[in-house]
Ligand binder design. Structure first.
Ligand code: SAH
Ligand code: SF4
Ligand code: F3S
Length: 439
């Protein structure tokens, strides 16, 4: 029997995907387990995007320290963005960390673990211009067997002034088309029904390794063409790079999901400029208009930051107004958190007080709750194709799945099974869930 690896993942979908790569790279030596106290190797895959994300992980490391006190042979490793940002500081200050490995160094994991076992602290946080783990087959150790993430690019070449990601993940690079198609083919063979193509800015995907240069719209179509019963999603789009060609590709294929995540961050052109987002409120709204025109059934979601440097009440009102204008179906909403060494931290003052930030965030959340409920209410009475992902958490007799628009639907199991497509009529809703009946 192999020793056990316990891996815990924080942060974005990229990290979920990276944990699957890490498990793949360690599968010769370790089996995955689901309880930390059974493990001889614990990996925490971390996020550094906001201070509260990091604080949570420090707290978790303090709990891991207790496990290590009981079992001194236990190896504890920190991987991901916080490993990249803090490097040796983690070894010195967490007092239980044996190994620190950055997002581009996972191929070294087996050697680093060995080094840690021999009693030496092991660190590799080197970033790479090429690494895409292209031929590593991710192990979907925590999956549902129906939906999977497929990483299509790494890093980020944008320089949003608030954001730590370009520093923790390095420069943007695209994974070669052939290796992406191969991974999707394997997923199809294994019975998967949905893939989400992942990158920080998928619209700038560009593969020059084959005969023709492949952009993101082409990639998306090639994946969609692999099987009419494979659903294809993608995340994230940057408003400055989202082309009409991409929207037309989405409209052409019924299996490319009608759900577009288009983070706006702020509704004020002045703030957007300080954020270095490279679009104005007007350009953003033009993109929304293009979505409504070319993919009229699309659901639109966003990310919002409340209380960025110098944000005034008027800027904030413009954000709320833009949210109403777009009528977002869903949003991730955050309070601005200054990240050390970013452009904003170096050149702008984090001058919106905590109380004001909290109030503005709460106003944004309250408005979005209303918009989300409206979006759900519009679905009532309609029929959608739902891909069944699993048993509902609230009721064992119910399944849950998603519509193409990414709305969660709960409905009676009847004779259906996980992985089926079920035509479902929506009979009522809450602000988070649609309640349906198969027809
Ligand atoms: N690449 C994606 C998102 C990356 S991070 C994009 O460009 O949209 C996910 C979200 O975290 C961002 O969209 C932003 O809303 C939020 N975020 C990033 N840095 C932040 C910070 N310093 N404070 C608060 N929120 C932040
Ligand atoms: Fe960060 Fe901007 Fe890159 Fe997104 S596009 S990861 S917000 S720098
Ligand atoms: Fe966090 Fe890194 Fe993702 S900072 S949001 S885990 S890219």
């Amino acid at each position: 029997m192999k020793p056990k690896l316990y891996i815990e993942t924080y942060g974005c979908q990229m990290n979920v995907s990276d944990s699957e790569v890490a498990v793949s790279l360690l599968q010769k030596e370790y089996d995955v387990c689901t309880a930390p106290n059974e493990a001889s190797l614990i990996l925490i895959n971390t996020c550094a995007v906001r201070d509260n994300a990091e604080q949570r992980i420090w707290g978790r490391l303090m709990e891991m320290r207790l496990l290590k006190q009981k079992n001194p042979a236990l190896i504890i490793g920190v991987m991901g963005c916080m490993a990249e940002r803090l490097k040796e500081k983690l070894l010195n200050e967490a007092q239980c960390v044996d190994l620190v490995v950055g997002p581009d160094a996972y191929r070294e994991l087996p050697q680093l673990v060995q080094q840690a076992q021999s009693g030496q602290k092991a660190v590799n946080v080197e970033l790479s211009r090429e690494e895409t783990y292209e031929e590593i087959a991710p192990v979907r150790y925590n999956g549902n067997g129906v939906t999977a993430f497929v990483s299509v690019m790494r890093g980020c070449n944008n320089a949003c002034s608030y954001c730590v990601v370009p520093y923790t993940r390095g420069a943007e690079r695209s994974r070669p088309l052939a290796s992406i198609l191969q991974e999707v083919q394997q997923l199809l063979t294994d019975g998967y029904k949905e893939v989400t193509l992942l990158g920080q800015n998928v619209n700038s995907y560009c593969d020059k390794t084959s005969l023709e240069t492949v952009d993101f719209a082409m990639l998306l179509e090639k994946v969609a063409n692999m099987s009419p019963t494979l659903r294809v999603r993608f995340s994230t789009s940057h408003p400055k790079d989202m082309s009409e060609g991409l929207l037309q590709a989405i409209a052409r294929h019924s299996n490319i999901c009608k759900s577009i995540h288009l983070p706006v961050q702020s509704g004020s052109t002045r703030v957007l400029e300080l954020m270095n987002r490279k679009y104005t409120r007007e350009i953003y709204l033009e993109r929304i208009a293009a979505i409504r025109r070319i993919v009229p059934t699309a659901a639109i979601s966003t990310d919002m930051i409340a209380g960025f440097c110098t944000e005034t009440e008027d800027d904030h009102r413009q954000t709320l107004q833009l949210m109403r204008e777009v009528g977002y179906d869903f949003a991730y909403m955050f309070m601005y958190s200054e990240r050390p060494n970013t452009k904003a931290a170096r050149t702008l003052k984090d001058d919106v007080g905590n109380e004001t930030k909290t109030r503005r965030l709460n106003e944004i959340i309250a408005l979005q709750n209303k918009l989300s409920l409206q979006s759900k209410q519009q679905c009532v009475g309609q029929t959608y194709e739902v891909l069944v992902e699993g048993v509902s958490k609230k009721s064992k007799q119910q399944f849950f799945g998603r519509t193409s628009q990414n709305h969660v639907v709960v409905f009676p199991q009847l004779h259906y099974k996980i992985g089926d497509y079920v035509q479902t009529k929506i009979i009522r809703c809450t602000s988070a869930t649609l309640i349906g009946e198969p027809i």
